[in-house]
Design a binder for this molecule. Structure first.
Ligand code: DX5
Ligand code: ZN
Length: 216
């Protein structure tokens, strides 16, 4: 029961964001997962820095910012100014990842790298030692409420082996289609942090759902 739960506010009620963040503050959620999309890297646009800044004013949990944007290195200081704890960029969107990860650390944030479903975890062999977290996308990024891609489980296991063989403490986060059915096998495969959007916010009692995911 050491895993963390990071509800994704992409599925929150944007007309009542304050209420939903307060709910997360009172819940057993560990982090607040914030999905920033640019309509270029992914076929959807979500919200940006002005919204993150407002969330920060209310949030009592660390902000886990997942950037689904091209050239995320352009916005490192901006993300820091929004109060992010973790800044996660896509492997596929940042060709000079070593430099990007260093710059995120220099700005005073934890650095995460995200892999799309088709990108093998083995591509991280030469950056793994430099990142605080790897985010495995278990759906194609861009939308909440999609079906979990089963093959993600083997990616989590392989990454867990890589981390353990090298004696690293890198966290593994999984994002997309996480619910009470898929979460257990992800934890068994070695996931440390589970993102859940639809499963939490469409539940009749979101706080209870967070507790149930946490108790697995
Ligand atoms: C998808 C986002 C996810 C999304 C997950 O591109 O990165 O964080 O909110 O939503 P669910 O849990 O509904 O699949
Ligand atoms: Zn996400």
């Amino acid at each position: 029961m050491n895993h963390k739960i990071a509800p994704s506010i992409l599925s929150a009620d944007f007309l009542h964001l304050n209420r939903d963040i307060e709910m997360l503050n009172e819940s057993d959620a560990d982090w607040i997962h914030c999905d920033v999309m640019d309509g270029v890297f992914v076929p959807n646009i979500s919200f940006g820095f002005p919204v993150l800044k407002q969330i920060k004013k209310v949030a009592k949990k660390p902000m886990d910012v997942h950037l689904m944007i091209v050239q995320p290195e352009r916005y490192i200081q901006e993300v820091k100014n929004c109060g992010a704890y973790m800044m996660t960029v896509h492997y596929e969107a940042s060709p000079h990842l070593n430099r990007t990860v260093s710059a995120i650390h220099e700005a005073g944030m934890k650095a995460g790298v995200t892999l799309n479903p088709h990108t093998p975890v083995e591509m991280l062999e030469d950056i793994l030692q430099d990142v605080d977290m790897v985010l495995i996308m278990s759906v194609n990024p861009g939308f909440g409420g999609q079906k979990f891609i089963e093959r993600s489980l083997s990616k989590v296991s392989r990454l867990r082996n890589m981390i353990e063989q090298r004696g690293l403490s890198t966290l593994i986060e999984v994002d997309g289609g996480v619910n009470l059915e898929t979460a257990k096998s992800l934890i068994d495969a070695g996931a440390d942090v589970l993102v859940a959007g639809n499963a939490v916010f469409s539940a009749p009692d979101p706080k209870k759902m967070i507790r149930q995911l946490k108790d697995l």
